[in-house]
Design a protein around this ligand. Structure first.
Ligand SMILES: [Zn+2]
Ligand SMILES: [Zn+2]
Length: 264
């Protein structure tokens, strides 16, 4: 993973490498436009022809449920009516979550599932860009305090088998469009756990208990910092809670959660 490298690279390299970079990116853009003339852009979900790259057709777009205010000030659960910007949902009033705030861009439903799963198993970088734009829009207020973006890690064996960590893909794309630093090295999955699919809420919590830790050598990087944990789908919150506990143990000041989709 290349998380910290973005900060270490000199400015000119990040902007594209000066004159040579500009010429390079110009010829890349020209090449891409020519390529688009041959192969016009297609909807990322259904494959219908669309006018722009990295886009969905109107039908697929309108099938998705984008989340936005009015919502719970803490967890981002959508409200039917606006009850004030600081209003909390029943669950957050009953028991304040471990995260500072949480936001999700989409409802995880029949319409979004296919899109989310195709990214999980395909790792399409242009989909990551599209998703990161949606996440930045939904989680705008979580980005203000310049948090370090941390993806939920996969166990190394699972990452090798799948070849891709979808959360790291989203975190990298989000870092690219926001200019924030991301760090895929500090938080690690120290215990391989069976998939959470099909497990109930309590079983999920038990499954991921003590599965995550912050590497001892990198604890200083997170101590006192605001962190933004990034994941693809927020289901029961068990995985996020286990990650947040590990970050808090390493001294993180505050941990917010931003996901692409959320089970409502
Ligand atoms: Zn479509
Ligand atoms: Zn809430």
């Amino acid at each position: 993973m290349t998380g910290d490298r973005t900060r270490e690279r000199p400015d000119f390299e990040r902007r594209g490498g000066g004159v040579i970079g500009s010429i390079g990116s110009l010829s890349l853009q020209t090449g891409r436009r020519l390529f688009d003339l041959v192969l016009p852009p297609r909807c990322k979900k259904c494959g219908a022809l669309v006018v722009a790259d990295d886009a969905l057709c109107a039908a697929c777009w309108s099938s998705l449920t984008f989340l936005g205010p009015p919502w719970c000030a803490c967890c981002g659960l959508p409200f039917e009516y606006d009850v004030g910007a600081d209003a909390l949902c029943g669950a957050c009033i009953a028991s304040r979550p471990l995260f500072g705030s949480a936001r999700a861009a989409l409802a995880y439903d029949d319409a979004s599932r296919e899109l989310v799963l195709s990214f999980k198993h395909g790792g399409d970088e242009s989909l990551a860009r599209l998703f990161a734009c949606w996440m930045a829009a939904a989680g705008g207020e979580l980005l203000h305090d310049a948090p370090v973006i941390l993806p939920v890690p996969l166990h190394p064996w699972r990452r090798i088998r799948r070849g891709f960590n979808q959360s790291a893909g989203l975190a990298a794309a989000l870092a690219r469009i926001t200019g924030l630093r991301w760090d895929a090295l500090s938080l690690e999955r120290v215990r391989s756990t069976p998939s959470q699919g099909g497990l109930g809420r309590l079983a999920r919590r038990e499954n991921v208990r003590a599965a995550f830790a912050v590497r001892h050598s990198r604890r200083q990087r997170l101590a006192g910092r605001n962190l933004l944990l990034v994941d693809d789908v927020w289901t029961s919150g068990a995985t996020a809670d286990a990650c947040i506990r590990a970050c808090r143990k390493a001294g993180a000041a505050r941990v917010d959660l931003l996901t692409l989709a959320r089970v409502l």
